[in-house]
Design a protein around this ligand. Structure first.
Ligand code: MG
Length: 162
């Protein structure tokens, strides 16, 4: 997996849509992992470090909402964008309350999709940086005031948060 590309997980049960959207995004330098079930998305995210997930709301088996919740629970830096068909806007809005970054209505223009993905990625990077900065400050304070043993204990504590 190339580091300079954004790792994008796409989950949608409509195979044709999945194939065409994956192709378009691969051409735009995304590293795409495409799956057709929520269950498979959870598995894929365990194997590879995903930056953003694009999740269809209506799927057989595990729903998009359930997939979103599990992904966010297990990967706190991952941002999720929900895809929804007509008539499911209310559920999509609910998803943003459960931690989705945003939602898009299908069929969506490639440009709106790209800008949603870019924004979601920006959010991910900013959140991570903020936390890292906070950790650096904590670390600095610990180092000034504690015994070496205490420093190690606190470092381990901080390390376990991720
Ligand atoms: Mg669907």
């Amino acid at each position: 997996m190339e580091k300079e590309k954004i790792n994008l997980l796409i989950v949608d049960d409509e195979e044709q849509f999945l194939a065409s959207i994956s192709k378009s995004l691969k051409l735009r330098d995304f590293n795409v992992i495409a799956v057709n079930r929520g269950e498979k998305a959870i598995e894929a995210a365990k194997k590879k470090s995903i930056d953003i997930a694009l999740v269809d709301l209506k799927m057989p088996g595990m729903s998009g909402e359930e997939t979103l919740k599990l992904l966010k629970q297990e990967h706190k830096w991952m941002e999720v964008v929900i895809l929804t068909g007509h008539g499911a806007i209310d559920s999509a809005v609910e998803c943003t309350k459960s931690g989705a970054y945003s939602y898009l209505q299908k069929p969506c223009e490639l440009n709106s999709l790209l800008s949603a993905l870019q924004d979601a990625y920006k959010k991910k990077v900013m959140n991570k940086k903020k936390i890292e900065e906070k950790k650096m400050n904590e670390l600095l304070n610990i180092s000034l005031s504690s015994s070496p043993r205490e420093i190690l204990r606190k470092l381990r504590e901080m390390d376990q948060g991720d």
